[in-house]
Design a protein around this ligand. Structure first.
Ligand SMILES: [Zn+2]
Ligand SMILES: [Zn+2]
Length: 273
């Protein structure tokens, strides 16, 4: 049976002061490691190092969108790869056209000695250190002979997507940041694990909507309509850091499967397919 090990390196919303920003590792049974979003600053590296996951092990990154709390860590990941393994394989970064053009500007702004172009990044010594892969929603991206990924549009900012990553009938779906999204429901059909953002409970629905985020009940409704086997909530705000139970209780009212709230360094294994 196919198997994936999921590690949450960052589970905080953009304004959360208790958790690192979003970064999630998928380790598939064929050895493929996929990083979903790159957190901000050095958080993915710092939390990864605590678990023995080093920058040179992050070869493939799938970006949900270009907000700083999801892509800001990329230059640190790339810089660390370059210093520990100069001449190593390029970092492969997948995202929409909007995300990739922001990624280029981010690298241009943070290191003047590197040469950034449409295709990727050369270090000062001329080594091809990163490749950008602009990806259309709906297009399958092969990440290994067994593992493939497909982006789908969500409702957050222009160019924002979620990702479905699958191998041998086992699928993990990541919402990125979004309001309740019918296209997510469609893309997540039958997935074994849905990782969905939940910034608040329904009491703060108006605020969540204004910020283009989901409540726990939005996430649970998506999980129920998609018929997923398991729901993990992430992108948690400061208000729910110490007691995420209200998020779980609310989600349980709309979704009958297992529900959890991720915290930094939380790990879960999923088998199926
Ligand atoms: Zn965010
Ligand atoms: Zn965002």
């Amino acid at each position: 049976m196919p198997h994936v090990h999921v590690t949450f390196l960052g589970t905080g919303a953009g304004q959360c002061v208790y958790r690192a920003h979003t970064a999630i590792v998928l380790d598939w049974d064929d050895g493929t490691r996929v990083l979903l979003d790159a957190s901000s600053g050095n958080s993915a590296l710092r939390h990864g190092a605590q678990l023995g996951m080093l920058a040179q092990d992050f070869n493939q990154v799938l970006l949900s969108h270009h907000h700083g709390d999801h892509m800001g860590g990329l230059p640190y990941i790339q810089g660390q790869r370059n210093s520990t393994n100069p001449g190593g394989p390029p970092l492969q970064v997948y995202g929409t056209e909007e995300s990739m053009s922001s990624v280029q500007r981010l690298f241009q702004a943070t290191n003047a000695r590197q040469r950034v172009d449409q295709d990727g990044l050369h270090t000062a010594s001329g080594h091809r250190a990163a490749l950008w892969h602009p990806t259309q929603p709906g297009q399958w991206v092969p990440l290994s002979p067994q593992v493939r990924a497909r982006a789908f549009p969500v409702n957050h900012i222009a160019g924002a997507v979620g990702w479905r990553v699958e191998s041998g009938g086992l699928a993990v779906v990541f919402s990125g940041d979004t309001r309740f999204s019918p296209s997510l429901v469609e893309a997540a059909q039958g997935a074994q694990l849905l990782i969905h953002e939940a910034i608040s409970t329904h009491r703060d629905k108006e605020d969540a909507d204004r910020r283009a985020h989901s409540t726990a009940s939005d996430a649970a409704r998506a999980a129920a309509e998609a018929g997923v086997s398991q729901l993990v909530l992430t992108h948690i705000d400061s208000k729910y850091h110490f007691n995420p139970q209200p998020l779980v209780e609310e989600a349980r009212r709309s979704y009958s499967g297992p529900v959890g709230v991720a915290c930094d360094l939380y790990q879960v294994s999923v088998t199926g397919g």
